[in-house]
Design a protein around this ligand. Sequence first.
Ligand code: SAH
Ligand code: SF4
Length: 345
Amino acid sequence: MANVDLKNLTLADLEAFIAGQGKERFRARQIFKWIYQQGVTDFASMTNLSREFRAELAAAARVSDLQPEVVEVSTDGTRKYLFRLEDGARVESVLIPDEGRNTLCISSQVGCAMACEFCLTGTFRFTRNLTTAEIVNQVCSVKRDADIRNIVFMGMGEPLANLDNVVPAIKVLIDNDGLQFSNRRVTVSTSGLVPELDILGASVTVNLAVSLNATTDELRDRIMPVNRRYPLKELLAACKRFPLPSRRYITFEYVLIRDLNDTLDDARRLVKLVSDIPCKINLIAFNEHEGCSFRAPTQEAIDRFHKYLLDKHFTVITRASRGGDISAACGQLKGRLESAQGSTL
Ligand code: SAH
Ligand code: SF4
């Protein structure tokens, strides 16, 4: 029966599937284009395939789709899309406009098992991995609304804990016959799963962001339990050997938390840690939320930290917090409906 969701397949997978149906290999490319370039979800519309083939496909496969349940719009233009999945689980994607260059932040899991102390997603239990189709469909759905220039895996979940679905999804995103994103415009963000970092690098060429957030193993062990398995030294060695797209640098993300990791000593240690890795540093002011007693840093502490890194000739960006009024900012996603009333479209 209609059971294989073609949105779960890379082009290579689809070619194998089509070959299994006894059809020519190039048919897969035609179907892939219908799905990702025309946004078609019914086989009847795939008019360059024979009527019989379309009927056979309709019997053996389907093309899933996601419609947002709610879209919230922030006063700063950030949009949060809440999706309800087939089993009732919910995930969020956030579209961040920036002078016409929109970035879409997508989720890779329902919840997250990494339990970082500062992250609201991490305070909810891990429910399940998203399928390849569910990851890709966040992009397909938002693409109907807006031009997307960059994609970042910085929504709910730890993408490297779901490589089986994240890697095929990236392949669909960057395939020339698929969603046609440049691999320089797709970024995976991780809390630091070292073996999976190596697997990701060997599987696909993509940008990497690593959430560092602490400059000593002592503090990182506490606020990011993953560090107890893969301490800073191992993580930074994995960063160093990661094969990036050409002319790209790793991004280190650093959430500044008041009186915890926002001093000049922290900045000095950070410089030492990453000094031999070509990188950019993204500073993010901690976003306060009900799941955590940490506080946002003062503007003075942010400026001091930022300036120290600049003086050491780093490329540093202090990311303006976006979408805070609709709980769409970093670390505020929880995929629940109760907070999603209000300014719906
Ligand atoms: N799991 C991945 C990607 C999702 S989290 C990762 O950890 O990298 C995306 C970013 O949000 C990470 O850099 C994380 O450090 C940051 N973040 C989490 N909670 C936050 C909060 N409360 N305020 C600001 N940034 C936060
Ligand atoms: Fe998971 Fe990333 Fe949040 Fe840590 S910061 S709990 S890895 S989503």
